[in-house]
Structures are given as structure tokens and as C-alpha cells.
Design a protein around this ligand. Structure first.
Ligand SMILES: [Zn+2]
Length: 395
């Protein structure tokens, strides 16, 4: 193969597939492994950040070889998910404060010390995770595809099958599972499924439907990360909500702060502690939604339905006269009501104004108002009563 040639065989990338997974599948078409394919195309066999930030020029070569567009290839790496999922892949000492500390869920006022973490990047662990959904892989034996986000501490479960992601051994392909078959399919709790479905929706639709209103994907990821930060707070600092914080951790079945005696950024924790924080986040969201705890953070209301509001519907319409017909249609009622309203509007300026406002149907331009006023005049309703100025009824 030369650099200008298209690969004669290259399977189509699957939605949300990691670049390494797709290149491994291509390599297998040529009886190679991923390392050999990369060395063949790039000159170096090991690309540590292939699914995060491939070296400049690498994706261009893959695009030429496969015909797959650069934008699609970028989305197979974390570099394609900035600024939604993370602000930037370039380390910035202020990125921690700007990403994590601007939102709050549990606490009314962030009582957090400002942290400067020079090389911090949201959601990127020291070492990517090797996790996969057993059910997803079982659906395509021999052609397994591994999703990009399985490698990062964003999901606990597979949003499609609702089972826990499981650790596996293998490089770009499954060699074996870490656990025995009996333990492979582990159903996730409802709280976890809900949180993971929302994260999936953020990645696939760009927004998340929360009970109060939809939020942009960028808000969802920062909300989740802010919640994790709040859960990492020692119970004694949270004061008013220390009981709620303790209940969240107890309900999740894990020790407070996932047993961490000292604070470390979530991304640097070991994978088991990260999963405990994610599970506690799912539990916290569920408890807020079910009103088992009262969260006071600025984003907490997003998990609650819009409160019922009293709407003054005005006075009921007068009852229509008894119909001699067996069936009365609503349009007949409306017609009779309209006739009575027009009749009353001829002598009552308040009714005339109300009728004029209804007929405007939200429009306020001069031409529409003039036309409706003319029509009402034809019914004998004085034009001077047809206006929509508040609290002013010219008599
Ligand atoms: Zn699955």
C-alpha cells in the first residue's frame, strides 16, 4: 500500500466506536494487529493517545486510506468532543475551576477551595479503562466493536442493555473477561440506568431531557462533574446537608467519599473508586428527583417537575340553552358564545377589549389591529373600544 491508495477492504465504523477499535477491525482484515497497522501507516507502532488526541496528520492519513471524513474520525477520539464534553484537550491551570466549580447541585453556595491543577483534563483518567458490554459484544461475535466512551469514567452501564460494563483483557479486541461468566451480566439499578441513559442522550442528541426542562449536553457533563465534586466533600464541611450526604453514600452502598481519606481529582482515582463516585451521583440524582433529599444547588430544580401553578381561567362561559338535539357539538357552543359575546361587546367596552385581544391572537402589528378593528366595527362594536392597552378602558 502507498500513502495515496485507499484500503481495498475497510469495514464501516459503527456509531460511537473508538478509533482503536475500528482500526483493529481493519487490521484484522489484513491479518495484522493494531500495532502493526499503525507502524505500517505511521512509522511508530505505539500511539498511546490514539483514542484521545492522535498526533497531527494521523487522522488525515486514515481519512485518505478509508474515505471516512475527518470530522467523523475526530468523533471517534476525545478530541472531537471538545468543547461539549471537555473544554479543551490543551492543559490549562484554570480549567478545573471553570469546568467543575461553576455549577452546583447539592449545596447552595460552593464552599470549595479554588484548585489549580495544571495538567487536569475533564473525564480523562491516568489510564484509560478497558471495559465493554458483554451483551453488545455477544451480538457481533468475531466483529466486536468497542465504544469510545467505555474507556472513560462516564458510564457505569451500557445504556442499551442496562447491564454493568465489565473489565476485559485484550488490545483492541477481547481476549478474556476479568470475571467469570456467571458474573458477566450484571443488571444495573434503575438510578444508574437513568443516569447513563441521560449521558447517552447527551452524546447522541446534544441535549438531555430532565424533569424540569431539556439541557444542553455541555451543561449535563458539567453538572455531573460538579455533583461528583460535591460528593467528594468531607461530610463535616457540608454542615446543613451532612445527613443527606451521608444518606446518599449509605444508599449507594459505598463508604463516604468512596473511602478516600484525602481529596484527589476524580480523574486520578483508581477505577473502582471512580465507579463508586458515579454510582453515588446516580443515587443522588434519584433521591433529588424522588424528593428524598432536599438539594439546594442552583441546578437541583432541574430534577424536579415544574410546580403546579394556579391559572385564573376567568369566569366560566354562560351555559348554553338546553339543546333539543341529542348531541351538542363544541363548535355549536362556541358559535353561540361568540354571538353572545359580540352582542355584549356592542355595549360593554370591557368585553369589546377582551374580544379584540382574543382575535389578535398574539399579534401586535398595526395592520392586523386595523383589520380586526374594521371587522368588529362592521358588527357595531365601537372601534375606540378595540385596543389592547393595559388598565385603560376608554369609556
Ligand atoms: Zn450493551
Amino acid at each position: 500500500m502507498t500513502s495515496a491508495q485507499r484500503w481495498p477492504i475497510h469495514p464501516v465504523p459503527v456509531e460511537n466506536e473508538a478509533l482503536s477499535s475500528w482500526l483493529s477491525r481493519i487490521a484484522r482484515c489484513y491479518q495484522m494487529d493494531l500495532e502493526h497497522l499503525i507502524r505500517y501507516e505511521w512509522g511508530q507502532g505505539q500511539l498511546l493517545d490514539i483514542d484521545i488526541l492522535p498526533p497531527i496528520g494521523f487522522l488525515e492519513i486514515i481519512a485518505q486510506r478509508s474515505g471516512v471524513g475527518l470530522e467523523r474520525l475526530r468523533l471517534m477520539t476525545m478530541s472531537g468532543w471538545a468543547p461539549w464534553l471537555l473544554d479543551s484537550l490543551a492543559p490549562d491551570p484554570n480549567s478545573y475551576a471553570s469546568y467543575v466549580h461553576q455549577m452546583s447541585v447539592l449545596f447552595p453556595h460552593p464552599k470549595r477551595q479554588r484548585r489549580l491543577i495544571p495538567r487536569w483534563r475533564a473525564w480523562l483518567p491516568k489510564q484509560t479503562l478497558q471495559r465493554a458490554c458483554p451483551s453488545c459484544l455477544n451480538e457481533s461475535p468475531g466483529h466486536e466493536t468497542f465504544k469510545l466512551m467505555w474507556q472513560f469514567p462516564l458510564f457505569i452501564s451500557c445504556p442499551i442493555h442496562g447491564c454493568w460494563l465489565q473489565s476485559y483483557i485484550g488490545d483492541g479486541q477481547l481476549s478474556s473477561w476479568h470475571q467469570l461468566d456467571a458474573a458477566l451480566i450484571r443488571e444495573a439499578s434503575d438510578a444508574i440506568k437513568t443516569m447513563d441513559r441521560r449521558t447517552e442522550q447527551a452524546l447522541t442528541c446534544g441535549q438531555v431531557d430532565l424533569p424540569r426542562r431539556p439541557v444542553h449536553a455541555g451543561v449535563w457533563f458539567r453538572l455531573l462533574r460538579a455533583l461528583i465534586e460535591e460528593l467528594s466533600m468531607p461530610v463535616y464541611i457540608s454542615r446543613l446537608q451532612s445527613k443527606d450526604l451521608a444518606r446518599i453514600w449509605a444508599t449507594s452502598g459505598h463508604p463516604v467519599r468512596a473511602g478516600q481519606s484525602r481529596w484527589y481529582p476524580f480523574e486520578t482515582l483508581d477505577p473502582s473508586a471512580q465507579l463508586q463516585f458515579l454510582e453515588a451521583s446516580a443515587v443522588a440524582m434519584s433521591m433529588i428527583e424522588n424528593q428524598e433529599i432536599r438539594a439546594r444547588g442552583c441546578l437541583a430544580p432541574l430534577f424536579l417537575s415544574e410546580p403546579d401553578q394556579f391559572v385564573d381561567a376567568g369566569h366560566p362561559l354562560p351555559e348554553p340553552p338546553e339543546s333539543t338535539e341529542k348531541e351538542v357539538h363544541y363548535w355549536q357552543i362556541a358559535e353561540r358564545s361568540l354571538a353572545k359575546t359580540i352582542d355584549e361587546a356592542r355595549t360593554n367596552p370591557v368585553v369589546a377589549k377582551a374580544l379584540f385581544t382574543v382575535l389578535l391572537f398574539g399579534r401586535r402589528d398595526a395592520k392586523t389591529m386595523r383589520t380586526i378593528r374594521t371587522h368588529l366595527s362592521a358588527f357595531g362594536i365601537p372601534a375606540k373600544w378595540c385596543h389592547n392597552k393595559p388598565n385603560s378602558y376608554p369609556l
